[in-house]
Ligand binder design. Sequence first.
Ligand SMILES: Cc1cc2nc3c(=O)[nH]c(=O)nc-3n(C[C@H](O)[C@H](O)[C@H](O)COP(=O)(O)O)c2cc1C
Length: 197
Amino acid sequence: MFISIIVGSSRVDSQSAKVGHYVSQLVSMKHVLHSVKDLFPKLWDNEAFESVKEQALSTNTALCEELNEADGFIFVVPEWNGMVPPAMKNLFVICAHEFAHKPALLVTVSAGMGGAYPIAELRMSSYKNSRICYIPDHVIIRNVESVLNTPESVNADDQRIRDRLAYSVKVLEEYTKAFQSIRKNGVIDLKAHPNGM
Ligand SMILES: Cc1cc2nc3c(=O)[nH]c(=O)nc-3n(C[C@H](O)[C@H](O)[C@H](O)COP(=O)(O)O)c2cc1C
């Protein structure tokens, strides 16, 4: 059983990568940490859909198998112009059933007071065909540059976000254990019902 942590910023040295690294230290289960920019660097293209996916699968076989085999996910997603970054949406266009009936924790990141829009966007629109199951708890990290910079917290805000992350990761781990039986009991039929309504 393992958890895949995916950083949704394609910027080098992003704050989301910083948060992803911090979160990875909280996960007690086996886990891996990736950035979307390494998973599928090419954007989906209607004409080349199959070749983009084939190419991604052949050049990133190990990564794609990892997504398939992961039992739970943590997405660390920045708010860009009030939206989820395109690389993150690209992941959900190229991959779908890799996420099916697996729990996921959303952690969103803002340099200011944002961070709510990516939560709303992912909860509203990314699950239909993927059947990903976002757990009810999520974490919004505002003023991200001022937190999670040192081994110990530096003030009450820093501590509050560390506590919230630690709690939410624990909750995700319990969902991850429990959801295994949903995928194993034979009721899921993605061949007959590949897309949601
Ligand atoms: C293209 C772009 C658009 C952004 N738009 C927003 C925004 O709408 N709301 C917000 O709170 N922060 C916005 N930011 C700032 C990010 O919150 C900031 O870069 C933060 O560090 C998270 O992004 P990162 O993980 O890529 O570093 C934007 C940043 C970029 C690069």
